[in-house]
Design a protein around this ligand. Structure first.
Ligand code: IPD
Ligand code: CA
Length: 272
């Protein structure tokens, strides 16, 4: 058994435990705190799930490092080094979790030498476990998944998100892109959890997904899952994907990704 095999087995155990918390709490009342703005939420359960994952991994692998959404918002510095680093969103789709909309997940990726080795996205409400290991394909509940064969933007179903920023400049660009895309694609969808959106591309249910302003924890796992499902993950302007850039675009094919990147109005948030 390689080290990564062992890490994978261990993390699945902790992710399942984290999933039980999310499943138990989603339909209960939660006290909600806000972070960067009035609609950027955190609950005690986001914090508890992140702690469960970090404590579990640290107890087994004390030299592993972490980039976690809630540790970062409590002031911890984001630093991606060559050490094994777990990038964690304890609850992606916190707004959905708060409202009891069962489209929410735990998203976790392991990077070693800045290369993603493991990606896991788990929706414990709908019992959808998306997994990928570098070079070994992508899976939903253990069954292989594959992106759609779509190459044409005008026939594509595209996911995007308004996001949690209410910065007027950012919102203006989001709305311009929605207007622009409406006349170029089959349809637009927005479900409220970036990691699951990327998994929908991996599953072939939608053909592309993009967002400006997401963070490393929203996209690190989804990036590997899409690529292992045969899709592509790039910067929305057409260059290589950069997990710290806060910009993401993934699609079923490079042809489709490039067509989409060419028509999008670009937005460059401050990097993670
Ligand atoms: C958010 C969700 C949402 C996306 C935001 C993210 P969170 O993550 O993924 O779909 O539009 O940009 O911040 O706050 O629920 O973990
Ligand atoms: Ca989150």
């Amino acid at each position: 058994m390689s080290n990564v095999d062992e890490y994978y087995t261990e993390i699945l155990r902790f992710v399942k435990q984290a999933g039980s918390i999310v499943r138990e709490k989603i339909y209960q009342h939660k006290d909600v705190l806000t972070k960067s703005c009035d609609v950027d939420f955190v609950t005690e359960w986001d914090q508890k799930v992140e702690k469960l994952l970090i404590d579990g991994i640290s107890s087994r692998y004390p030299d592993h490092r972490f980039i976690g959404e809630e540790s970062t918002s409590s002031g911890q510095k984001i630093e991606l080094t060559n050490s094994p680093t777990w990038i964690i969103d304890p609850i992606d789709g916190t707004m959905n979790f708060v409202h009891g909309l069962p489209y929410t997940c735990i998203s976790i990726a392991l990077l070693i030498n800045k290369i993603t080795e493991i990606g896991i996205v788990y929706n414990p409400i709908l019992e959808q476990l998306f997994t990928a290991r570098k070079g070994q394909g992508a899976f939903l509940n253990g069954a292989p998944i594959h992106v759609s064969s779509e190459k044409e933007l005008r026939q594509a179903l595209v996911m995007l998100e308004v996001g949690t920023s209410r910065d007027p400049e950012k919102l203006k660009i989001v709305l311009q892109n929605i207007t622009l895309l409406t006349s170029h694609v089959h349809g637009i969808r927005s479900f409220g959890a970036a990691a699951l959106n990327m998994c929908m591309v991996a599953l072939g249910g939608v053909d592309a997904s993009f967002e400006f302003g997401i963070h490393a924890w929203d996209v690190a796992a989804g990036d590997l899952i899409v690529r292992e499902a045969g899709g592509v993950s790039i910067d929305p302007a057409g260059g290589p994907f950069d997990v710290m850039s806060r910009r993401t675009l993934c699609a079923s094919s490079m042809e489709l990704a490039q067509q989409l990147s060419k028509i999008l109005i670009q937005y460059y948030p401050e990097r993670d």
